[in-house]
Ligand binder design. Structure first.
Ligand SMILES: [Fe+2]
Length: 146
């Protein structure tokens, strides 16, 4: 899948608009790539590599912290949990609402599982997307309807 990738921090603009500056690191240097992101559509049948990398996005409409104004979004990498080893790990998950960047969750491999949670204000409708970066296998994308 096409994307505009920050040369510094691997943020990907998925709306096909080159940002003035990277919303994550502030850099102003991007590269447009036709194959920036791997998706489930890249292979007709999901193999183990796909199952370990495609972000699994789950929406929980009832939040335990802000019950009347929040929806929880949980992202797990992936359907088969990805390893978190020094030599092979998930570095970050970026989240997008209607293809606009909203958050990055970063990981260190020693103590963290490759799972991210965000608290989205109530009232959103549309599509939620997640992009994850594996230090060995690159950038992977998934998107769901909210
Ligand atoms: Fe990997």
């Amino acid at each position: 899948m096409k994307g505009i990738v920050c040369k510094v921090c691997s943020y990907v603009a998925i709306n096909e608009i080159v940002p003035e500056q990277c919303p994550v690191c502030g850099a102003k240097s991007f590269i447009e790539k036709d194959d920036a992101l791997k998706t489930s559509a890249d292979k007709a049948e999901k193999g183990e590599t796909e199952k370990k990398h495609i972000p699994d996005i789950k929406i929980h409409k009832a939040c335990g912290l802000i019950p009347d104004a929040c929806n929880d979004v949980h992202v797990k990498i992936g359907e088969i949990l990805h390893p978190m080893l020094t030599e092979h790990n998930i570095q970050h998950v970026d989240l997008y609402a209607n293809r606009e960047f909203i958050s990055r969750v970063m990981f260190t491999p020693d103590r963290l599982n490759p799972v991210a949670s965000i608290h989205l204000k109530s009232g959103f409708s549309g599509k939620l997307a997640a992009v994850e970066l594996c230090n060995v296998h690159g950038l992977w994308f998934n998107e769901v309807d909210f």
